[in-house]
Design a protein around this ligand. Structure first.
Ligand code: SF4
Length: 431
C-alpha cells in the first residue's frame, strides 16, 4: 500500500476522532511567555458546526489503530479499515501549521491504544511536550488519558496539557464488560482519581509558590455514551453527580449513541440517534451544576427517565406544585432558581433589584425572566402572572417543548463556516 501524505493521514484521523464530544475548552488561562498562542479563560471553542462539534481545536487521533475491540467504536480492532499512526512530531507540525493559518486555537488529541496503554501515553506525552517545549506553544491542549496506563504517565501529561480526560463511555460496570470487555472500570477510575487529586493538590501548592507548574488547569472531563446500553437517566445522572462531587470533574459530556458497527450486543437505532435524550441530560447536568438541584430531585425510582417533551426543571416544578407560586419579592435565591423561566442571572438580578423596592410583574421581564414560562409559578406584589392557575396536566401542555434534533450526523470540517448553533449549545440559556 502506498505511503500516505500527512494531509491524507490527517483526513483519516480527524474522521476517526469525530465521535468524541468532550472537547470544549473553556476554563483555562495560560499566559503567553514569549512563545505562540494563548488559552483564553472565557472559552476558545466558540465556533460550532450544525452537528455541534467545535472546530476551533484541531481534533485528531494520534492513531486509529487499536488493540481493543469496543463494540460501539469505529476504530475497534475487528473493523477492516485503513490504520494510520502519526508520529509525535507530525502531531506538533500539524497543530502549529493550522495554528499559524488561524484555522485553530488549540489541539484536542485522542487516540486508539497502540501496543499497550503505557506506550500510547508516552507518544501522547511526547507530542504534547514537543508543542510546549520545542514550539513553545501556549495554546489550549486537551489530551485523552489512556485507561490502564501507569499513573506516573498521567502525572506527566497533566503538567503539559490544559485539560485531560478519561472517557468513561459506559455508565455501568456491566455494560462495560459487555461492550468494551478489554477495559475495566478500575482502569478508568484510577486515572480519574489521580487527576482529581493532583488538580486539588497542585492548586493548594500554587497558593504558596507560583513556581510550581499547574496541573491540568482546565480540569478533567469525561464522556458517556447514551443509548448504547440500557441504563436509565437516573443511573446516568447519579453517576455524573458522583463524578462532579467526588472526582472534581469539570464536565461530563453526553454523546448520543450512533451505530457505526453491526454488532448483536448493540441496540438497533432507527432513524436519528437519541439526540433529544442527550439534550435533556445536558439540561439536567446544568441544573445540578448551576441551579443547586440534586440528582435525586430530578429523577427517582418512580420517574427513572427524563421526560423528552419537557425540560427537567419544568418536570420538577410540575411534581412540586405545592411550592408555587413563589412571591418574587420574598423568595430566597435558591427557590427563585427553581422557577421555570428564571435562570441564574435573572434570579441574581431579582435579588439585587428588590433591595431597591418591590418588583412588579412587568419588572421581571426587564430582568430577563422568561415570563411565558415563569408566569404560572410566580406572584409579584401578590399579583399572579397568568390569567388562570392551570392544573398539572394543563401546565404540562403549556410547557411542552418541541425539540428538534440535529438533522444529520456529519464530521465537522476544519474549513466549515461553523456558525450554526446546535441543540447542545442551547443549554447555556436560562432554564
Ligand atoms: S479503546 Fe478507544 S479506540 Fe480502542 S476500540 Fe475502544 S473506544 Fe475504540
Amino acid at each position: 500500500m502506498p505511503e500516505l501524505s500527512l494531509a491524507e493521514k490527517l483526513e483519516i484521523l480527524a474522521d476517526g476522532a469525530k465521535y468524541d464530544v468532550s472537547c470544549a475548552s473553556s476554563g483555562s488561562s495560560r499566559r503567553n511567555k514569549g512563545g505562540i498562542g494563548n488559552a483564553a479563560q472565557c472559552g476558545i471553542c466558540h465556533s460550532w458546526t450544525a452537528d455541534g462539534r467545535c472546530v476551533s481545536l484541531l481534533k485528531i487521533l494520534l492513531t486509529n489503530a487499536c488493540i481493543y475491540d469496543c463494540a460501539y467504536c469505529v476504530n475497534r480492532r475487528s473493523n477492516d479499515t485503513r490504520r494510520v499512526l502519526l508520529t509525535p512530531a507530525e502531531v506538533a507540525e500539524l497543530t502549529i501549521g493550522f495554528y499559524r493559518r488561524n484555522a485553530i486555537e488549540g489541539l484536542f488529541l485522542s487516540t486508539g491504544v497502540v501496543k499497550d496503554p503505557d506506550h500510547t501515553m508516552e507518544l501522547l506525552i511526547e507530542a504534547t511536550s514537543i508543542l510546549r517545549e520545542e514550539h513553545r506553544f501556549n495554546g489550549y491542549i486537551h489530551v485523552k488519558v489512556v485507561p490502564g496506563a501507569d499513573l506516573l504517565l498521567v502525572d506527566r501529561l497533566g503538567r503539559l496539557a490544559d485539560r485531560v480526560s478519561v472517557n468513561m463511555e459506559l455508565p455501568s460496570r456491566e455494560s462495560l464488560q459487555l461492550l468494551a470487555p478489554d477495559k475495566s472500570r478500575e482502569a478508568i477510575v484510577a486515572p480519574m482519581k489521580r487527576v482529581g487529586e493532583l488538580i486539588v493538590q497542585t492548586k493548594e501548592e500554587r497558593k504558596v509558590s507560583r513556581k510550581i507548574p499547574p496541573f491540568a488547569p482546565a480540569g478533567q472531563s469525561t464522556q458517556l455514551i447514551i443509548g448504547a446500553s440500557g441504563e436509565s437517566d437516573l443511573q446516568i445522572v447519579s453517576l455524573a453527580a458522583g463524578l462532579y462531587g467526588r472526582l472534581s470533574m469539570k464536565r461530563v459530556y453526553y454523546s448520543a449513541f450512533i451505530p457505526v458497527n453491526t454488532d448483536t450486543r448493540l441496540p438497533s437505532v432507527v432513524g436519528t440517534p437519541p439526540l433529544v435524550r442527550e439534550h435533556r441530560l445536558y439540561q439536567a447536568d446544568w441544573l445540578m451544576r448551576y441551579y443547586g438541584f440534586a440528582a435525586g430531585e430530578l429523577l427517582d425510582e418512580e420517574h427513572p427517565n427524563l421526560d423528552l417533551s419537557l425540560d427537567p426543571k419544568a418536570g420538577w416544578a410540575l411534581r412540586n406544585l405545592h411550592l408555587f407560586p413563589v412571591e418574587v419579592n420574598r423568595a430566597p435565591l435558591e427557590l427563585l432558581l427553581r422557577v421555570p423561566g428564571i435562570g441564574v442571572r435573572s434570579a441574581q438580578r431579582i435579588v439585587g433589584a428588590r433591595r431597591g423596592g418591590h418588583l412588579s410583574l412587568d419588572d421581571l421581564a426587564l430582568l430577563g425572566v422568561v415570563m411565558k414560562r415563569a408566569r404560572y409559578f410566580v406572584t409579584a406584589r401578590g399579583r399572579f402572572g397568568a390569567d388562570m392557575t392551570p392544573d398539572a396536566a394543563g401546565l404540562q401542555a403549556r410547557l411542552t417543548e418541541r425539540t428538534t434534533p440535529r438533522p444529520r450526523w456529519s464530521q465537522p470540517s476544519l474549513f466549515d463556516g461553523a456558525n450554526a448553533i446546535d441543540i447542545r449549545s442551547t443549554i447555556t440559556g436560562e432554564l
